[in-house]
Structure formats: C-alpha cells, structure tokens
Design a protein around this ligand. Structure first.
Ligand code: HEM
Length: 295
C-alpha cells in the first residue's frame, strides 16, 4: 500500500479533519442501521446484486460489516490499522469479482446519505460546508484504497502473464538452441558418411571402370561440399547470423547435378537427363534471383 501519510497529504487530510470527523460520531452513529437500510435499497437495483449478496447469511454479515465500517468513518483514528482494514475490504470485493463500478456507485449513495444527515443537523451553512469537506476527504480516501485493490489485482495478473510469457519464450529459445546443436551433430555424422562414400567411389577408379569411378567421385565430392556449406550456414546461424535460404537451393542444385552425372553413365536415358537439365536451369535461375535480392 502506498505510504499512508502520502495518501492523506494528497487529499489534504489533516489532524483537524480527523477531529471534525470524530466530533461527528455522536450525530452519525445512531444512523448506522438506517444507513445500511438505505444502502441496501440503493444497491438492490444493481443487476448483479443478488449474485453477490446471495443469501440471508451473507446479507447479515455484509450489513454488520457496513455498520462497523460506517462507525469507523467517524472514529477519528485513521492509522495503519484503519488503512489495513480498508485494503482488506477492497480485496474481499476484488476476490468475489464485484465490479469496481458497483463500489463507486455505492459510494455515491454513502456520500449523499451522510451529507443529508449533516445538512439536517447542522443549520449553519458555513459550518456545514466546512464539515462536509472532511467527510468528502475520508470518503475519497476510502474509495481510493478500494479502487487501488482492483489496480493491484490487475497488475498482479499482468505480472503473472508476463512471467509465464517470458518463461515460455526462454524455454522455446533453449529448445530451439538444442535443436540447432542436434542439427550440427547430425551434419557431422552425415559428413563422415559422405567421406566414406567418397572413398568408396574413388576405389571404383582402380576397379578398371575409370569413367564411372571419376563421375561418382565427383558426385560425392559435390555432396561433401554441400555438407560443408550446410554446416557453415548452421554455425553462422547459431552465432546469431541471418538464415541463408540460398544454401537450400545449392543443396537442391548439387543433388540434381549429381543425378545428371550418375545417369550420364547409362545410355538411353536421354529423356530423364533432359528433364534433369531443365530442373538445373530452373534452380539456377531461382538461385540467381535470390542471390540478387540478398545483395
Ligand atoms: C461503499 C461501498 C461498499 C462498502 C463500504 C462495503 C463494505 C464491505 C465490508 C466492510 C465488507 C466485509 C469484508 C470482510 O470483513 O470480509 C464487505 C464484504 C462484501 N461486500 Fe461490500 N461494500 C461495499 C459495496 C458493496 C457492493 C455494491 C456489493 C454488492 C453489490 C458488496 C458486496 C459484498 C459482499 C458479497 C461481501 C462479502 C460478504 C461475506 O461473504 O462476508 N459490497 N463489504
């Protein structure tokens, strides 16, 4: 709760106001039960009243609490205990889901009721205005504390959702980092396998089939180059760099070129080769366009 002295100072509430209110106790206290009746007549018209004041027991408890609250307004003691109690009442209203609007509207009735009692009892207009100033201040302070409970609750909910959100984001970041590390590891494994393939293809040269050996070796070299490219891109990405879409196009290009190399070994596959060449042309054009945009 904001500093009590600060709240009082902001409303210009002084020791004189406290004395004025205490002086009004003998006048106001006998009206407390009548006040509660009027209060209930007023709030009865609110649409949701029956939802909150739902049974005789709750109504009785609320009415007794209102009598005490009304008397405390004129107790002359507005210390830490008084403010703690107001804060508690505010929280009770928040907890039951009572709209702040109803509290404000009810307070409007409270003010009118007390002012009517005052006007009927104090005939000197100047005295009446003077005393009503103190009444206004204490009612405004009450409303301020009640309203703060709603604001505190809203802040708490916002703070909670902010924390949940930041935990989620943190978790997602770590998870994505873990996935990226897994990707690098998988690329290392793929790299080792491609080296094995390169050695295997290279061995064909010594089998006597030099053409097949050379073309296959070239194909596996291209694959090795792709793995290196992919790893470089991934490391760059892990260090916070932009993700290079170009690398995916080069992977596709290399895969098709390798296929061309392999199919060129078999005669009579002209149709298949032509479509592969067309695919290289299309991929090459897209690669060129992306490279141009990147620049
Ligand atoms: C100036 C306006 C109001 C004041 C000063 C006030 C005062 C109080 C007080 C002193 C309590 C007792 C808190 C406790 O000790 O547990 C209370 C509780 C409650 N108030 Fe109000 N009230 C106001 C407006 C309203 C309105 C407009 C409604 C409903 C339409 C309402 C419904 C309730 C309910 C349901 C409880 C809980 C009762 C229980 O279960 O014990 N109040 N209020």
């Amino acid at each position: 709760m904001e500093n009590i002295d600060k709240i009082k100072a902001h409303y210009g509430f002084t020791a004189k106001d406290a004395m004025n209110l205490k002086g009004l106790f003998p006048l106001m206290e006998p009206f407390s039960r009548n006040f509660v009746e009027g209060f209930y007549d007023h709030v009865r018209h609110f649409e949701d009243t029956s939802k909150f004041l739902k049974d005789e027991e709750t109504i009785k408890r609320h009415q007794d609490a209102l009598v005490m609250w009304f008397a405390a307004l004129f107790s002359g003691e507005y210390d830490k205990g008084y403010f703690k109690e107001l804060e508690r009442v505010g929280m009770v209203h928040v907890d039951i889901g009572l709209s702040a609007h109803y509290v404000n509207a009810a307070m409007h009735f409270v003010r009118r009721y007390i002012m009517d009692v005052l006007k009927n009892a104090v005939k000197d207009p100047r005295e009446c205005v003077y005393l009503s100033g103190s009444i206004d201040k204490i009612l405004d302070i009450n409303l301020d504390v009640f309203t703060s409970s709603y604001i505190e609750e809203e802040k708490r909910i916002r703070f909670l959702s902010y924390r949940v959100e930041s935990y989620l984001i943190q978790f997602a970041r770590r998870f994505s980092y873990g996935l990226n590390l897994m990707l690098v590891l998988s690329l290392v494994v793929v790299g080792i396998i491609v080296i094995g393939l390169f050695v295997y293809d290279f061995a064909h040269i010594f089998d006597g089939d030099i053409e097949k050996g050379l073309l296959s070796t070239l194909g596996s070299l291209l694959m090795l180059w792709v793995v290196i490219e992919l790893m470089d891109t991934e490391i760059h990405h892990l260090r916070g760099g932009k993700f290079a879409i170009k690398v995916f196009l080069s992977v596709a290009l290399v895969a098709v070129i390798r296929k061309i190399l392999v199919t060129s070994l078999y005669h009579g596959e002209v149709g298949a080769q032509l479509s592969l060449v067309a695919a290289v042309a299309v991929l090459g054009a897209v690669y060129w366009l992306v490279a141009k945009v990147d620049k």
